[in-house]
Design a protein around this ligand. Structure first.
Ligand SMILES: Cc1cc2nc3c(=O)[nH]c(=O)nc-3n(C[C@H](O)[C@H](O)[C@H](O)COP(=O)(O)O)c2cc1C
Length: 203
């Protein structure tokens, strides 16, 4: 069987979600997938970025990561999306990318893929679930197969979010438990995508 194609598509201003995305990429690779790690384009005005040194630094550090395009979505059997929580919702940069996908959606090319999502917020009750559920609304529209981590691994009882890996950035960078949860989430999404792919007639 052909390996599963996994796209990890994320936005991160100051690096937290990028760290989760990297862990998800590791987990997907470990599960045997071919992985594309992609950031979405930055659209914030330069003066906003300049006002936060950590933001500018992260942009610079990740300049070699390719920007997500429609081809990445079309290629993927499984897509994991990562975004900071912004007022309880996904970041506008990720939404802007998602809102360019009308032509793919119209052709049915986003349907039948596995989707999963992860996030970070500054505070423990800062809207992680609402962000993940908001992304889920789009997956419904696409006709996707939503694969959340649930409590399918002991790490989930430590990291604690069955909707998707979530980190409280106000506590510092992602801990080993959170990174492990991101790896588990990706592994599980890839495993389920592999089962679906194996059961599909070759087109
Ligand atoms: C405009 C804006 C809105 C935000 N809204 C929330 C929020 O609703 N809840 C919260 O806990 N943190 C909120 N934050 C903090 C971000 O979630 C946090 O900085 C982010 O998760 C860090 O991820 P990153 O390092 O990948 O950018 C907000 C930050 C910004 C800039």
């Amino acid at each position: 069987m052909q390996p599963v194609n996994a796209a990890i598509i994320y936005y991160s201003a100051t690096g937290t979600v990028h760290a989760l995305a990297q862990a998800a990429a590791e987990g997907a690779r470990k599960a045997g997938a071919t992985v594309r790690l992609r950031k979405v384009a930055e659209s914030a005005p330069p003066e906003a970025i300049a006002a936060n040194p950590a933001w500018g630094r992260h942009l610079d550090d990740t300049r070699d990561i390719a920007v997500a395009g429609h081809d990445d979505l079309d290629w993927a059997d499984v897509v994991l999306f990562g975004t900071p929580t912004r007022f309880g919702n996904p970041a506008s940069q990720l939404r802007a990318f998602i809102e360019t996908t009308g032509p793919l959606w119209f052709q049915g090319r986003l349907a039948g893929k596995v989707y999963s999502a992860f996030t970070a917020s500054n505070t423990p009750h800062g809207g992680q679930e609402s962000t993940l559920l908001a992304l889920g609304n789009t997956f419904y529209h696409w006709g996707g197969v939503i694969v959340p981590p649930g409590y399918t691994d002991p790490v989930q009882f430590a990291s604690g979010n069955p909707y998707g890996t979530s980190h409280v950035a106000g506590d510092g960078p992602p801990t080993d438990v959170i990174l492990q949860a991101a790896r588990h989430q990706a592994r599980r999404a890839v495993d389920i995508a592999a089962a679906l792919k194996a059961g599909r007639p070759v087109s």
